[in-house]
Design a protein around this ligand. Sequence first.
Ligand SMILES: Cc1cc2nc3c(=O)[nH]c(=O)nc-3n(C[C@H](O)[C@H](O)[C@H](O)COP(=O)(O)OP(=O)(O)OC[C@H]3O[C@@H](n4cnc5c(N)ncnc54)[C@H](O)[C@@H]3O)c2cc1C
Length: 420
Amino acid sequence: MTFNRRTFLGTAGVLATGLAAPMVLAQGKPRVVVVGGGAGGATAARYIAKDSKGEIDVTLIEPSRTYYTCFFSNLYLGGFQELSDIAHSYGTLAADYGINVVHDWAVGVDRGAKTVSLAGGGSVPYDKLILSPGIDFVDGAVDGWDISAQNKMPHAYKAGSQTELLKAQISAMPEGGTFAMVAPPNPFRCPPGPYERVSMVAHVLKVNNPTAKIIVADPKPKFSKMSLFQEGWANHYEGMVDWIGEDFGGGNVSVNPDAMTVTIDGEETQVDVCNVIPAMKAGRIAEMAGVTEGNWAPVNAADMSSKADPDIYVLGDASQQGDMPKSGFSANSQAKVCANAVRGALTGSKVFPAKFSNTCWSLIDTDDGVKVGATYEATPEKIAKVDGFISQTGESADLRKATYEESLGWYAGITSDMFG
Ligand SMILES: Cc1cc2nc3c(=O)[nH]c(=O)nc-3n(C[C@H](O)[C@H](O)[C@H](O)COP(=O)(O)OP(=O)(O)OC[C@H]3O[C@@H](n4cnc5c(N)ncnc54)[C@H](O)[C@@H]3O)c2cc1C
């Protein structure tokens, strides 16, 4: 069977063992292969390469030459960031850290032979394999929508052209038009993400199209930082946002991308923009590697190793790890724990006890930033929450501005931690 990018993208659940492929021969050094150059994968590759000082060969497989962070992509929609501000390349990882960056899709994992096959042909051998492929969407999750409709009704939940498209659609809305969002069920990437997006869309509409309306159909009865967002929407965007939760039929939704209609609990509405964010699952390569159970890949909290294979590690959104939200901060934190453990396993270097942390900032309006965060530890069962904090309703404008400024510092820090 011949695999290429097109067949991979169009074919689910294929375990690509035995692909005709020239095998890269072992060089004598232990070999780590990382699939996915996002928040988890880029961080893990960089830390292993940096800390092993050439003792470990690191290969990073990532199809895109430019990684657009989903984090701050809502701020791009809101006009607070340029697209170029959220674009990052892999040049420094190759040039300064000696990482073998391969721009291709991983299309199969042969766990017996310990190789990863590539869409472009060939396979890469590993001693330890780290998977951080992010998310894919669950087929049939929103009635009437599939990936072929993403140009009419974008998800914009993988950043880049989808985010640009959504922004263009918002700009082209007629005066007094309607923006609809179909929000996803738990668990999903970035729990506050849809609601920060609603805030940023409202911010743009308030300036350019103040009689426009936003409808959110949500299958959940509540959501992350709910009281903070609802307070912000009432303060900044009064009467503009209509959030329809589970109790009001928000989970009973279908869409018609050709007619541009959304039907919520039997009531059909004509809309101008429809942002469909379907239910999510681990990026497909995790399933192809045979390390998923249901939609996600269960891992051991101490080192992020897969419960199905001790030589495979799963980071970030794709993993099922316990209490951490699926965020870039979480993926970055998990990647450092994993990098330390993988290096220890391959070179005998000291392994420190796993400690994790996360903060999710959201911008509601200009200088109105809020946050939620926690620290975590590894238990035999899961990554378990230790201590948390959250912004409060009614906070002063100065505190909210300081919270927003903190998020700018975090963004600069995490992207240099990922890409060098
Ligand atoms: C709108 C929005 C706002 C967000 N805001 C925040 C925020 O403010 N703070 C925060 O911490 N998080 C935020 N997030 C969440 C954050 O983006 C994700 O949780 C994070 O990117 C997860 O990291 P990851 O490594 O699991 O996946 P990703 O960062 O998505 O990286 C996965 C990479 O794997 C690659 N890949 C997939 N399959 C293959 C394959 N077969 N072969 C090779 N490569 C492959 C992809 O191309 C991709 O580059 C936000 C998300 C969204 C959508």
